[in-house]
Design a protein around this ligand. Structure first.
Ligand code: ZN
Length: 154
């Protein structure tokens, strides 16, 4: 009765995957997974494919954000150090610097919540969350906050 999704009727952007064991169900015409024997609920399989596809798209956007992070951090460092050096508006400079530092941290934190591309989708989608860059962004942000707080006034 749920055979409507099987075979050629499947038109999601990712292949149908057993929600239990991850077996690729493309071309399978039974309601049981050949790999683990679980009942295949095609509605769940479809929902899962859409969910994963959506989260991969999201990861792509967040990766872009991660790339922007260091520039935001750089602008923050500039605000803190420039006003400190010219001995004018030192306080406001630090406040803006800390705000930019928070944005830098956020740009990294977002990506830490995203999932890696599942094994079965690797061939189709080439989007891996930039975890290392994300951690670097967080470190930059934290360092800026420390700088803004502990830099002695001139
Ligand atoms: Zn299975």
């Amino acid at each position: 009765m749920s055979r409507g999704y099987i075979g050629r009727d499947w038109n999601e952007k990712l292949p149908p995957i057993c929600t239990k064991c991850g077996y690729n169900l493309t071309g399978i015409s039974s309601d049981k997974c050949p790999e683990c024997g679980t009942n295949v609920y095609w509605f769940d399989v479809q929902r899962n494919a859409r969910k994963v596809y959506h989260s991969l798209n999201q990861t792509e956007d967040l990766n872009d954000l991660v790339d922007v992070g260091p520039y935001v951090g750089g602008a923050g460092a500039f605000c803190i150090l420039f006003f400190w050096l010219v001995r004018w508006a030192d306080g406001p400079g630090r406040v803006v610097g800390v705000l930019l530092a928070f944005l830098t941290i956020c740009s990294g934190l977002q990506i830490l919540r995203s999932k890696r591309v599942p094994e079965w989708a690797r061939d189709l989608v080439d989007v891996e969350p930039k975890f290392i860059k994300a951690v670097i962004n967080i470190a930059i942000g934290l360092a800026l906050i420390v700088l803004a707080v502990f830099l002695p006034t001139r």
